[in-house]
Write a new protein. Structure first.
Length: 433
């Protein structure tokens, strides 16, 4: 046996480490290294950072940080811009299992939580660490913005803030989505801002009702990067035109109503019916070929598109079928990547359930997921659909265009919200900007 193989055989696998893992106050040396790595990762696209308080007063002060999640890069910018303490971040397991980095993140005391599932274990860790003087970083939306606008914030967030009763810092951003849009893996350079403000003091929280707390949180938290830049008109540039990948997000033509007929052509989004629109360097939608275009912003188009899908899924005979690749988290050897191919088959969505029928490591399997328990099937960086169900992680990569995965996520959200008044209210609350 070679020396490298012998060393690996003696090391614990990621799965074994996680089985025994209990988050604690971050190790100082690990926290410093993490912040250095995150700061270096932001140097190529620096952000303007502002603070609504005296920074000297925040050094060592126990706080709860609530941050917007417009971009996948937000954790890096937030951590780099808030050096006054090292918080225990609440994260989903799939975001922690990063080759090379995951051991460091465990030393940072990350609190693992299954996305969208009740997690009593995570709550126990939060309360235990709170008593030890820990600070926390939470992204209340849970997932990155799909179209540069606020995602629903469940009212349970207000209950958690009230229960922790900590000085609560809010981190907001502008331009984060425009620099790293959800519909494309290529990043862009342009105006990028982060701001930290004291949202609640612990003294205020003692006398504040959950309803008052939730209302103030929503009012301060809502964002819309496209509406913001419609006013400011900052330019954004990258290695590819800003339209690149936009057909992953915008797949319904507003003129002919066809689905999945949109394709990008340089800086243009073109439908098979001949309709086209240009996306300029400020993300404006510029009509082509004469006549008006129904939308001036990308988020407006996506909001309308969501209504189209809502009408489709409301039909009793609604069904959506997609051929998919099934993947699992790699808990054995991250040197081979974060995910492992488990099989392939067909994913079927109807008004009540999501079903996978196919293979798992060579054996025939069938999984059924209850829509009433699934607020969403969030998208990975490659726009594959992800979900946790009974604490188990599943990833389904639609074999057709990535836009099919985006539609699948939207349909699941609409169907779930039909039977979940709290989640439906959270959606409506998030859309008021």
């Amino acid at each position: 046996m070679k020396a490298a193989e012998w060393i690996r055989s003696k090391m614990k696998t990621p799965g074994e480490m996680l089985e025994a893992y209990k988050p604690d106050i971050p190790v100082v040396s690990a926290a410093k290294l993490t912040r250095t790595v995150m700061r270096l990762s932001t140097l190529g696209r620096p952000a303007k950072v502002t603070y609504g308080f005296d920074r000297r007063s925040m050094k060592g002060r126990q706080v709860l940080i609530l941050a917007q999640h417009a971009s996948m890069d937000d954790p890096y910018y937030v951590n780099a811009a808030y050096p006054f303490i090292q918080p225990n971040a609440v994260m989903s397991l799939h975001n922690v299992l990063i080759p090379v980095m995951y051991r460091l993140m465990l030393k940072d005391g990350v609190i693992l939580k299954a996305l969208y599932e009740p997690d009593a274990k995570a709550m126990r860790h939060l309360m235990r660490l709170h008593k030890k003087g820990a600070s926390f970083l939470i992204f209340p939306e849970g997932i990155q913005a799909l179209d540069g606008t606020t995602q629903p914030i469940h009212p349970a967030t207000a209950r958690l803030v009230k229960k922790l009763c900590m000085d609560t810092v809010l981190c907001t951003s502008h331009g984060a989505y425009l620099c790293n849009p959800r519909f494309d893996t290529n990043r862009r350079k342009g105006r990028l801002e982060y701001r930290f403000d004291m949202l609640f003091t612990k003294e205020e929280l003692k006398d504040m009702s959950e309803e008052e707390l939730y209302e103030r949180l929503l009012k301060s938290f809502r964002y819309n990067d496209f509406a913001w830049n419609k006013e400011h008109q900052y330019s954004y540039k990258g290695k590819v035109p800003l339209a690149h990948g936009l057909d992953n997000l915008l797949y319904v033509c507003p003129r002919c109503m066809k689905q999945f007929s949109m394709k990008t052509d340089g800086d243009r989004l073109v439908c098979s019916c001949g309709s086209s629109v240009k996306i300029d360097e400020r993300y404006n939608l510029v009509p082509e070929g004469g006549g008006d275009f129904p939308f001036k912003r990308i988020d407006e188009w996506n909001r309308w598109q969501r209504d189209v899908i809502a009408e489709e899924v409301s039909r009793e005979d609604f069904v959506m079928r997609e051929d998919v690749r099934y993947r699992q988290l790699n808990l054995d050897d991250l040197s081979k990547g974060r995910y492992t191919d488990a099989g392939e088959g067909q994913l079927t969505l109807d008004r009540k359930t999501l079903r996978y029928k196919g293979t798992k490591f060579g054996e025939d399997v069938e999984f059924t997921f209850d829509i009433s328990r699934m607020p969403s099937t969030p998208l990975s960086s490659a726009l594959a659909n992800q979900l946790y169900y009974d604490g188990v992680y599943y990833q389904f990569d639609v074999k057709d265009s990535r836009a099919h995965g985006v539609k699948l996520m939207t349909a699941v959200e609409i169907l779930h919200e039909t039977g979940d008044p709290e989640r439906s209210k959270a959606r409506k609350d998030s859309e008021t900007y």
